[in-house]
Design a protein around this ligand. Structure first.
Ligand code: ZN
Length: 266
């Protein structure tokens, strides 16, 4: 029986160019979650823009001041977590159920803080994963598949090694040999559409802008649109509720096989 297939996207830091990401997601009928700190060393969207974004897309917390939780005291970390939820809910006017760790760094006790603050899920930066969220300390931990940024293969090896994920290492060997992230993304998306699991694209709009990766991003979003009937796109927090469907058959349609559309001509 084919495993349920789904996909999602997430965008960190609330940089003003997130609005362009939102436009592209809308253009291709896709969705995702925007993790926004209240203040950051980089510009953050104006409050009014965050509210507008929250009318269409899920908005998640990313601490109040984009603080790396492992680098501050426990009381500061707890305050950053609690306050970010409250401030975002005041802005957006909806419950904020999902959290993202700045720079992906956290310790096990931060999960207790996140649960106590009322979050239900937290996104990590585990790369090349196609797994559904796992529950730890009462929180659904949401891994990621591909970052919208070119990585040298050694960065993937480091990421997989740090998290002892042998399945991700297998994905590295099969799908991430290219330094073109969009090619890796389309290849992984096709695997999920064929075999089931989660395809999770994430990134920073400031990085996409700096690296001039908008055409590559649009190429991946176009492929996500093409495979939408096989792997529907949901916000991050919906992945947790998809858990009950994991392991059951999704669409019976099969994706069209072929070369990843974002592959460079060699
Ligand atoms: Zn961040």
């Amino acid at each position: 029986m084919k495993q349920f297939a789904t996909c999602t996207t997430s965008w960190d830091d609330g940089y003003p160019a997130d609005q362009h990401i939102a436009e592209l997601l809308a253009k291709y009928g896709l969705t995702g979650t925007f993790y926004i700190p209240i203040e950051n060393s980089r510009p953050v969207m104006a409050t009014r823009k965050i509210r507008e974004l929250g009318e269409t897309f899920e908005v998640g917390a990313h601490t109040t001041h984009h603080v790396v939780l492992t680098e501050v005291s426990k009381p500061s970390a707890e305050n950053e977590i609690r306050e970010s939820k409250k401030r975002l809910e005041d802005i957006v006017g909806n419950p904020c159920d999902t959290f993202c760790f700045p720079k992906g760094r956290f310790s096990h006790y931060h999960l207790d803080m996140i649960r106590r603050a009322g979050f239900r899920s937290a996104r990590t930066v585990e790369l090349l994963s196609t797994q559904f969220p796992i529950q730890r300390a009462g929180i659904h931990l949401i891994p990621t598949t591909v970052q919208a940024k070119s990585h040298h293969w050694s960065a993937y090896v480091k990421n997989c090694g740090k998290r002892l994920s042998f399945k991700s290492l297998g994905n590295l060997i099969l799908h991430a040999r290219s330094q073109n992230w969009a090619e890796t993304a389309c290849s992984m998306l096709q695997v999920v559409a064929r075999q089931g699991g989660v395809f999770h694209l994430w990134g920073h709009s400031w990085e996409i802008e700096e690296q001039k990766q908008w055409p590559e991003l649009e190429c991946v979003l176009r492929e996500m649109q093409r495979l939408k009937s096989v792997a529907p796109c949901v916000p991050n927090s919906r992945l947790a509720s998809s858990l009950s469907q994991a392991g059951t058959a999704g669409s019976t349609e099969s994706p069209q096989e072929g070369k990843p559309p974002c592959a460079r001509e060699r």
